[in-house]
Design a protein around this ligand. Structure first.
Ligand SMILES: [Zn+2]
Length: 158
């Protein structure tokens, strides 16, 4: 497709929260071809983040992770979730009550697999992250059910 690089050329930016600094920055969306993503990611990351795969329950690399930090997009490094918003939903997939900011994700209706669900994507690069449900704990009431292969845990909070 000849339009793949349109965002890069026009310089359109989107606001993204830098969770470490606590400030909103204007950044250029990350647009890459399938071939570029395949070269940049592990096969598992590519399958889940770019091809909307779902990892098997209880296999996520951070399933029992007790470290504190920021979960970032494995594709582009955008801050997505804080470890202190992570909770055990009993589903086998890591769940978060809130993203670091609504700016950093976008949601898309997903009617695949005979269900209507709300898919969660990285706002900056469009990576498939998981789904969001409305049965989470209060006060947010939301449950972000994530594939950990799409996330990198970095930047310990102290
Ligand atoms: Zn991303």
């Amino acid at each position: 497709m000849m339009n793949e690089n349109r965002n890069r050329k026009t310089g359109n930016t989107i606001p993204i929260l830098d969770a470490g600094a606590g400030t909103v920055r204007e950044v250029v969306p990350i647009v890459k071809t399938d071939e570029e993503w395949q070269a940049a990611l592990t096969p598992e990351q590519y399958d889940i983040a770019r091809k909307e795969g779902t990892e098997y329950a209880f296999t996520g690399k951070y399933h029992n992770e007790k470290e504190h930090g920021i979960y970032r997009c494995a594709c582009c490094g955008t801050d997505l979730f804080l470890s202190d918003k992570k909770f055990d939903s009993g589903t086998g997939w890591p769940s978060f009550s809130d993203p670091v900011s609504p700016l950093n994700i976008r949601t898309v209706m997903d009617s695949s697999q005979a269900m209507v669900r709300t898919e969660v994507r990285c706002a900056r690069c469009g990576a498939h992250l998981g789904h969001v449900f409305d049965d989470g704990p209060l006060p947010s009431g939301t449950r972000y059910c994530m594939n950990l292969a799409a996330l990198d845990l970095t930047g310990k909070q102290t």
